[in-house]
Every structure is written in structure tokens, then in C-alpha cells.
Design a protein around this ligand. Structure first.
Ligand SMILES: Nc1ncnc2c1ncn2[C@@H]1O[C@H](COP(=O)(O)OP(=O)(O)OP(=O)(O)O)[C@@H](O)[C@H]1O
Length: 249
């Protein structure tokens, strides 16, 4: 469970998230949506403890600030939007970095770590890429490798910050289906309204740093979507679930 209480995030004097509260229940996948600049990444970065924040963040009943960084990394993994690496390494070595929270200083990777990394790479369809240089991957391949790193971190919470952005349709669906099957507690920032409607147990909409709505996909109406994106849309039931069709400007 992730609970965010009265969270505010600022860059200098500019407040981009204001007094935001939200509870994500165990094993729930929350689709976080909102226009560009609405604060989705800032919220996820605060929960990941990458950005300073005011307010409180709890994992289960423990406040984030009361957990060491290492213990936090055993509980919560992040797949970010930009995955440029400061220096080059092989795909296997990058995935193995997901085991870091479980290791002491200078402790080496074990056969078990390597087997886990191999399994995670297989799960994202990248088993044959283990020895490849990260710099030689496409954006989508790198994104999948980063997901494999998050999987070997063996956390019970996962944050996805537009993690499907570089992926083709096959892997967008595969990644979200796989994440859903893991039964982790997930917050996924998504730009694709239809992926949000298809995979979210709940849709949480941010606008200008504030909550606009928080509802089950079946309760989301065209008026709610239009209020969020200032773009008229219609909703249609396809295969028993809602699908949004946007009107061209
Ligand atoms: N490092 C930064 N310094 C100053 N302002 C920032 C910084 N990062 C983000 N912002 C501002 O904070 C606001 C929220 O940005 P954020 O990245 O959280 O939005 P987002 O909803 O994730 O957007 P997008 O959909 O475009 O990725 C925006 O107005 C943005 O310009």
C-alpha cells in the first residue's frame, strides 16, 4: 500500500503539486493521467524519493523518511521516462544493478542473481541481449531492459513513469499485462487514455498539480476526460470495456 498525505512538490518557488493525498491499495494498478506538465512525474519522483517534498509518504504503515534508502529500494522500484545511462555497460550488468539493495559494499553478483537477471530479461523478451551494450539498444529495448532491472529488485511496489512511451503496440500491451500479472502495487503514469482505461483498476487524473478525479474506469465519462484534456471525446464499449475516441481539433 502506498499512502500519500498532503504532498506538495516545488521547483524553487514554483509549486507543481499542491496538498495532494492518495491511497493506492495493495496489488492495485493506478493509472495516473493528466496533460503535459500536470505534475505526474513530480508526484512519482517524490514517491521514489528522488525529489524533496512536503507532506508524508507511507509504504504500508511506515513513513518513507523513516526507511533507509536501501530498505526503500527493496520495497519500491521505478521505471523512468528517460533512461540514458551516465556510462555504457552491458544489458546484463544494468539488470544486475537491480540486486544492489540486497548486497553489501563490494559484494559480488551470485549465480542466483545472474539467473534472476536472465529470467527477467526473458520475461521482457530480451534474453538474447544480455551481452549487448546498452548504448547499442533502441529506446524501446532499453526501456524493456530497465523494466527487467525493476523486476529483479523484487519489490512489492512499482512506479512506471510513462514507461510505455518508446514501446511498440505489442510491447505496450505486453509490458502492462506483465506488470498487472505480477500483482505488485503499481502507479503508472500514462498518456494513452485507452491503456489507462484498459489496465487501470483506478484512474487518477491530475490537472495543474491537483486531483481532478479518482474513479474506476467504468465510471469515467467523456465530460471528465474533456475537462482534463480540453479535447472532446466519446466513449464506446468494446470487448466489455470503455474505449475513448478523441475528436480531431
Ligand atoms: N527540474 C525542473 N525545474 C523546474 N520546473 C520543473 C522541473 N521539472 C518539471 N518542472 C515543471 O513542473 C511541472 C510539472 O512537471 P511534471 O514533469 O511533473 O509533469 P508531467 O505531468 O509529468 O508532464 P509530462 O506529461 O509532460 O511528462 C511543469 O510545469 C514543469 O515545467
Amino acid at each position: 500500500m502506498i499512502r500519500v498525505e498532503h504532498l506538495s512538490v516545488s521547483y524553487g518557488k514554483k509549486q507543481v503539486l499542491q496538498d495532494f493525498s492518495l491511497t493506492i491499495r495493495d496489488k492495485e494498478l493506478v493509472a495516473l493521467i493528466g496533460p503535459n506538465g500536470s505534475g505526474k512525474s513530480s508526484l512519482l519522483k517524490a514517491v521514489a524519493r528522488i525529489l524533496p517534498y512536503e507532506g508524508k509518504i507511507f509504504l504500508d504503515e511506515v513513513e518513507a523518511r523513516d526507511m533507509s534508502r536501501k530498505d526503500y529500494a527493496k520495497r519500491l522500484a521505478v521505471v523512468g521516462q528517460f533512461n540514458d545511462m551516465a556510462f555504457d555497460m552491458t544489458v546484463m550488468d544494468m539488470v544486475l544493478m537491480g540486486r544492489t539493495p540486497y548486497k553489501g559494499l563490494l559484494e559480488r553478483d551470485t549465480d542466483k542473481d545472474r539467473a534472476m537477471a536472465g529470467e527477467a530479461l526473458a520475461a521482457v523478451g530480451m534474453e538474447s541481449y544480455a551481452a549487448r551494450s546498452l548504448r547499442a539498444l533502441s529506446g524501446g529495448e532499453r526501456q524493456r531492459a530497465v523494466l527487467a532491472r525493476a523486476l529483479v529488485q523484487e519489490t512489492d511496489h512499482l512506479l512506471l513513469d510513462e514507461a510505455t512511451n518508446h514501446l511498440d503496440i505489442y510491447y505496450q500491451l505486453k509490458l502492462l499485462s506483465m506488470v498487472k500479472d505480477t500483482k505488485l502495487t503499481v502507479v503508472a503514469a500514462l498518456h494513452d487514455m485507452n491503456l489507462a482505461l484498459a489496465y487501470g483498476d483506478r484512474i487518477v487524473a491530475l490537472k495543474e498539480g491537483k486531483l481532478l478525479f479518482d474513479d474506476a474506469p467504468e465510471n469515467v465519462t467523456p465530460a471528465m476526460i474533456e475537462a482534463l484534456y480540453a479535447t472532446p471525446c466519446t466513449l464506446h464499449e468494446v470487448d466489455g470495456r470503455p474505449v475513448a475516441v478523441f475528436k480531431k481539433p
